[in-house]
Design a binder for this molecule. Structure first.
Ligand SMILES: Cc1ncc(COP(=O)(O)O)c(C=O)c1O
Length: 367
C-alpha cells in the first residue's frame, strides 16, 4: 500500500525546462533549487537539470550539500552570505554570491579569500525586500569592477514583486528603474522569475531565474499550468485505510465541522498535515480516487483525512488517492487551502517518501 508518497516525475521536470528554453531562447538558465528544490529533493532535481546553466539556493548549507553531492555547475547564493567568514567556504567551493547590502559589499572587498568569486549585484527596483538602493548602484559597481576578489564582471540582478499579476502597475515601475540601472552597467543582467519569463519578454536579458514553472505549476494568476504546456512534477499520493458508514446528522473529525446531510460512506486516507497536506483545506477540497473527484469531509488531522464517497461501492481499502499532481492541479488545492502552490510544495514533510521516476534514456528511444 502506498502511504504518503510523493512521486517525482523527472521527465516532466526536463520538459518544463524545455518550456523555459522555448520562452527565453537567448538566455542562460539559473534554475531555482532553494528550499529542497521547492520540496522535490535538491540533489535528484539538480542531477536531472543538466541543461540548466546554474542553480540558485538561499542558504550556504544548501550549496554545500549540492557540492558534496558532486554538483559542479555554478551555484548562486541568492541572499549572499550572512557572516563575513562564510566567504572562505564560498571561495573554496567556487560558489557565486549575491551582494545586496553595503555591509556585504564592504565585507566582500575586505576579505582575504583564496579564489575570486563571481558576484551578482542585487538592486531593489521596487519590491522593497532585498537589494541595494538604485542610487548607490553606479558607485558600487564602479568600485567593485576589477577588484581582486571578483571573478569577471558583476551581474546586475533584480526581482519582481508582482509579475504574477501582469496588469500590476509595480511591474512598469520596476522596469523603468531597471532600465535606468542598465545605463550604468555594460555586463550581464538578470530580472525574470517564472511569471516574467512567460509574460514579459523584455525582462529576459542574459539570465532567467525560473522556479515554480520548472515544477509544473503556473506562475501567473488565473491561468493553469496547461495554458503554458507545463507538466506537474510532484504527484502526492496515499491510500485508503478504512471505509466507514455514517448516518445523517453524524459529524466527522475534530471540531465536528462536517455533518452528514444523509446516510453516506466515508473513505479514510492516510495523509494529513503531518505530511504537509494543508490543515486549512476546506470541506469540499477535491481528492482523486480511481479517476473520480471526491470531497474532503471534516477537518484535516495530523495523519488522516476523510472523503465522502456516497454510494460508490467499488472503492475499497488499499485504493490509491491522489492529493495533487497528475489530473488534480496543485493550483486548485492551493485555492481551497487559501494558500499558494509554493507553500504546499515546500511544506511536504520528511516522512513523505519521494519516489523519482526514471528518465527514459534518449538513445534507447531512437527508432
Ligand atoms: C531572487 C529570486 N529569483 C527567482 C525566483 C523564482 O521565482 P519563481 O518560483 O516565482 O519562478 C525566486 C523565488 O522566490 C527568487 O527569490
Amino acid at each position: 500500500m502506498k502511504i504518503a508518497v510523493a512521486e517525482i516525475n523527472l521527465e516532466a521536470l526536463q520538459h518544463n525546462l524545455l518550456v523555459v528554453k522555448r520562452n527565453a531562447p537567448n538566455s542562460k538558465i539559473l534554475a531555482m533549487l532553494k528550499a529542497n528544490a521547492y520540496g522535490h529533493g535538491t540533489t535528484e532535481i539538480a542531477k536531472s537539470l543538466h541543461q540548466a546553466d546554474a542553480f540558485g539556493v538561499a542558504r550556504l548549507s544548501e550549496a554545500v550539500a549540492l557540492r558534496a553531492a558532486g554538483i559542479t555547475k555554478p551555484i548562486v547564493l541568492l541572499e549572499g552570505f550572512f557572516e563575513a567568514d562564510e566567504l572562505q567556504i564560498i571561495s573554496n567551493l567556487g560558489l557565486d554570491t549575491v551582494l545586496h547590502t553595503e555591509q556585504q559589499f564592504d565585507d566582500f572587498m575586505a576579505a582575504d579569500i583564496p579564489r575570486s568569486v563571481r558576484v551578482w549585484l542585487k538592486v531593489d527596483t521596487g519590491m522593497h525586500r532585498l537589494g541595494l538602493p538604485p542610487e548607490t548602484f553606479p558607485a558600487i559597481r564602479e568600485k567593485i569592477s576589477g577588484h581582486k576578489n571578483i571573478l569577471g564582471e558583476p551581474i546586475l540582478m533584480s526581482h519582481f514583486g508582482c509579475a504574477d499579476d501582469v496588469t500590476h502597475s509595480l511591474n512598469d515601475y520596476q522596469f523603468s528603474v531597471f532600465e535606468e540601472l542598465q545605463n550604468h552597467h555594460k555586463g550581464e543582467c538578470s530580472f525574470a522569475n517564472s511569471a516574467a519569463i512567460l509574460s514579459f519578454k523584455n525582462s529576459h536579458h542574459q539570465w532567467v531565474r525560473p522556479g515554480i514553472m520548472l515544477y509544473g505549476v503556473s506562475p501567473v494568476n488565473n491561468t493553469s499550468a496547461s495554458d503554458y504546456e507545463l507538466k506537474p512534477v510532484m504527484t502526492l499520493k496515499s491510500s485508503i485505510i478504512a471505509i466507514r458508514e455514517v448516518k445523517k446528522g453524524q459529524s466527522v473529525g475534530y471540531g465536528a465541522t462536517w455533518v452528514a446531510k444523509e446516510d453516506t460512506r466515508l473513505a479514510v486516507i492516510a495523509i494529513g498535515y503531518g505530511d504537509g497536506y494543508p490543515r486549512n483545506a476546506e470541506n469540499g477540497t477535491p481528492i482523486l480516487v480511481n479517476g473520480v473527484k471526491y470531497p474532503l469531509s471534516g477537518r484535516v488531522s495530523m495523519d488522516m483525512i476523510s472523503i465522502d464517497i456516497g454510494n460508490e461501492k467499488t472503492i475499497k481499502v488499499g485504493d490509491e488517492a491522489i492529493l495533487w499532481g497528475e489530473n488534480l492541479p496543485l493550483e486548485t488545492i492551493a485555492d481551497y487551502a487559501k494558500t499558494v502552490p509554493y507553500e504546499l510544495l515546500c511544506g511536504v514533510t520528511g516522512r513523505v517518501e519521494k519516489r523519482f521516476s526514471r528518465v527514459k534514456n534518449e538513445f534507447n528511444n531512437r527508432p
